[in-house]
Design a protein. Structure first.
Length: 316
């Protein structure tokens, strides 16, 4: 499945303006050049460059806006696969375990992208100030979708990258640019979807509350009925909206959280397989190893070695 609703002020497929590419390359040069993830002085804003295809990396995606400046990227969550290319953006509206990878990156045609975490509090504030706020559709939709990047958003991204080279300016000016990004997103063609992040008691808000509860208690044995109560929804309605938004069931979501945390424990805390399994809620290390191998495609010990190498590559 490859769903791609219209993007913000969509006007068809575009190409990255030379000024934006020049600014991104200048920023990377100022940080030593090369490839990998590059942090900026602005919390939640990162630049990524890759000179070769990187194997899929599973992680938790936060509510964010991810823009491709050059190349293409693929994201897989649940049973859904999305691909977004040059001057397209990926919008994520709730925390979601997913797998992302660059497509076709090489030294001649490197991947170049930018990710911006949403400031939900600011989204709500901007929403309240709109004279004609968007009206969210009553039915829930996927919490991840792809759209085009228009001229106003392009200008915001350009200013962010330029500010990244002046830390003193970034800390002062970033909030105003973030506010502008919120405005263009809320007034764009999928403003109704973005607005769901800002409205209390919407289906998105209720399912998000259940997701936050699941995130904080993933190592415990949870009944789906319990999550439905947290969301203040009937069991059937909760199942329907949860799957529509995340493309997976609550049980599948919890399993992915457990396996991702187990990987973190083995990579960062040097936990062995049995220790990691029990800490994330498994009663059987053998069952954990079987599910881990199915999920990541390789046994836990080998995956930890592969993941450490991948992280070292991405940090270069």
């Amino acid at each position: 499945m490859n769903a791609a609703p219209p993007g913000p002020h969509s006007s068809g497929e575009g190409r990255t303006p030379p000024a934006l590419l020049d600014a991104a390359r200048e920023f990377l040069t100022s940080r030593g050049g090369g490839e990998g993830h590059f942090q900026t002085p602005m919390t939640g804003v990162h630049v990524m460059r890759a000179f070769q295809e990187i194997p899929p990396m599973r992680r938790i995606y936060r509510p964010s806006l991810c823009v491709v400046l050059k190349g293409a990227k693929q994201i897989l969550f649940g049973e859904t696969t999305l691909i977004y290319k040059e001057m397209e953006c990926l919008v994520v509206s709730v925390e979601l375990p997913a797998s992302g990878r660059m497509i076709g990156a090489s030294c001649e045609t490197p991947y170049l992208g930018l990710s911006i975490d949403f400031d939900v509090a600011m989204l709500k504030e901007v929403m309240q100030q709109l004279a004609n706020p968007p009206r969210p559709a009553p039915a829930s939709g996927p919490c991840v979708f792809v759209g085009q990047v228009d001229a106003p958003l392009t200008e915001c991204v350009l200013r962010l990258i330029r500010m990244a080279m002046t830390p003193d300016a970034a800390h002062i000016l970033y909030p105003s640019v973030m506010r502008e990004i919120c405005y263009w997103l809320l007034t764009g063609p999928y403003g109704a979807e973005i607005a769901k992040l800002t409205l209390p008691d919407s289906h998105t808000d209720r399912v998000a509350n259940a997701i936050y509860y699941l995130r904080d208690h993933f190592a415990q044995t949870l009944r789906v009925e319990q999550l439905a109560e947290v969301a203040r929804m009937s069991l059937s309605s909760f199942h329907q909206h949860f799957r529509t938004m995340t493309s997976m069931t609550p049980v599948q979501y919890q399993k992915q959280l457990r396996l991702l945390e187990a990987r973190r424990l083995m990579v960062s805390d040097a936990a062995n397989v049995s220790e990691a399994a029990y800490q994330v809620g498994y009663e059987s290390a053998s069952q954990f190893s079987r599910e881990y191998s199915r999920h990541f495609g390789v046994a836990p010990k080998q995956d930890v070695m592969n993941y450490k190498a991948l992280v070292a590559y991405g940090a270069r």
